[in-house]
Design a protein around this ligand. Structure first.
Ligand SMILES: [Zn+2]
Length: 143
């Protein structure tokens, strides 16, 4: 699990094997997988509630990924006013987190973004927005 610390370019969207987890499916952690688009290796995704991930707003506040890209690629949407304390752009108004993962075999980089929280009283949800194959680019290069 790594942070994003450079500007990134989204290359390809990859659906996880399963993207929505509810209540018992979150215990003890969320487990699914995706296929690396470079070498086809199956990579595991493990999300432990309250341990895995960094706040997603760090990515757009630092402009590592523009808000335009966040919205046009349906990664997250503008939060409702009652959820705005969680961030301006969220997945289904849930606290939204991300982490960077390298393919276990070829080392290509992927961005995993998910919302995790109580969507209504006693209903806990983890929703993985798609996985993105990414390229990290130097801050000064144009793209
Ligand atoms: Zn790979």
């Amino acid at each position: 699990m790594n942070k994003i610390e450079k500007n990134i370019k989204l290359l390809k969207e990859i659906p996880p094997a399963k993207s929505l987890f509810i209540n018992e499916e979150l215990k003890p952690n969320v487990t699914t997988s995706f296929n690396c688009c470079n070498c086809s290796t199956i990579n595991e995704i493990n999300i432990t509630p309250y341990q895995t991930g960094y706040p997603f707003f760090q990515v757009y506040k630092n402009n590592f990924l523009s808000i335009k890209n966040v919205l046009s690629n349906n990664i997250a949407s503008r939060s409702s006013s009652w959820a705005s304390h969680l961030g301006e752009y969220l997945i289904d108004n849930l606290p939204t987190l991300y982490y960077k993962k390298k393919c276990d075999k070829c080392g290509e980089k992927f961005l995993i973004i998910f919302g995790l929280g109580e969507s209504q009283p006693s209903k806990w949800v983890c929703k993985i927005s798609n996985i993105w194959h990414i390229n990290e680019i130097e801050a000064n290069s144009s793209s």
